[in-house]
Design a protein around this ligand. Sequence first.
Ligand code: ATP
Length: 374
Amino acid sequence: MSQTVIQDPSAAIDIKVDVELRNVFKVFNGDTAVRGIDISICQGEFFSILGPSGCGKTTTLRLIAGFEEPTGGEILIRGKSVAHVPPYLRPVNTVFQSYALFNHMTVLDNIAFGLRIKRLGKAEIQQRVSEALRLVKMESFARRFPSQLSGGQQQRVALARALVNRPAVVLLDEPLGALDLKLRKEMQVELSNLHQTLGVTFIMVTHDQEEALSLSDRIAVMHEGRIEQIGTPSDIYENPQTPFVADFIGDTNLFQGYVEASDPAALQITTDKGLKMVVQPQETWNGATSQPVVVSVRPEKIQVSLNELDNQPNCYSGRLKHVMYLGTHVHYLVELSSGDCLTVLQPNRAESLPALHTPIHVYWSATDCLALTA
Ligand code: ATP
């Protein structure tokens, strides 16, 4: 079977697809964990599957790895169906959150294990293990046992053990989940460098949105077994297509409402609590009025003022309910006269902060908010 190739007209190049899921389902004892997902992951891409606990991320990764068989649909790797192909015969290797190292073996033996099972020659094993150790900067730790390593070093060994097989696709299941925040940030940079050096496809499962945004070429956001949106990090953040994606990625303020009138430049929306809003429609807007929508406004897009503003769309009065000083930023909680509570994030301009309960006005432009189909 030939490999799927996507024509990308903007780049005028052929993009080869490494991993493809077509309408894949997975049911465990009557409970559906994955509900008909379609994903195409390109060669050399850093692709993340992001979503809350229990949404089906790990199951999706395990289906690609071959640790689970799909209940329905098809999985292709490099254009070939992998139905009934056992994990060790797939051109993929998995790095687990728990590292899954053999504690009674040295670092070197852990990394060489898979190659010895494959009965490769001694010289080749030595050369490949040295290369893998060098890639993860662990050459001087070859004779140590896993218990003599820090969490970050163990994670590097787990990575080396996957890379030594020279897989086409590296599957990463919450690879940095067990590390503390500082080490996690350092390892994120290393993971990104490694991906660039190797040029192989990385598919990472994470529930950490910042990690997904900073590392990935593209992200699939999953929710209750379905894919809500696939896009670049900026697509996902700036143009969420559903209220769930808007709420899950970053912070946002959501208002339920309906469209009263629309033209190509502006939607006139009335929220359930009676606020009148003007929103510039997204390109995909279908033009229908009277339909329920959810308006999403990011906290950093909202301006605050002590003075009332005339002739400004999306301008509302309220009172300051809470102020949190964050150093570089100030976080405000504003209770509007409608009863809605808004979170606002403003850069710290070293001005004195308004006192609690101060009457305050908030506003944002029609281009700084989104109307999402409810
Ligand atoms: P987390 O971030 O908590 O790991 P996840 O998004 O990776 O969550 P999955 O581990 O894929 O979620 O689980 C999705 C659903 O499938 C959950 O409801 C889970 O309980 C169920 N599930 C996963 N594996 C099995 C299994 N082997 N048997 C039965 N149910 C399972």
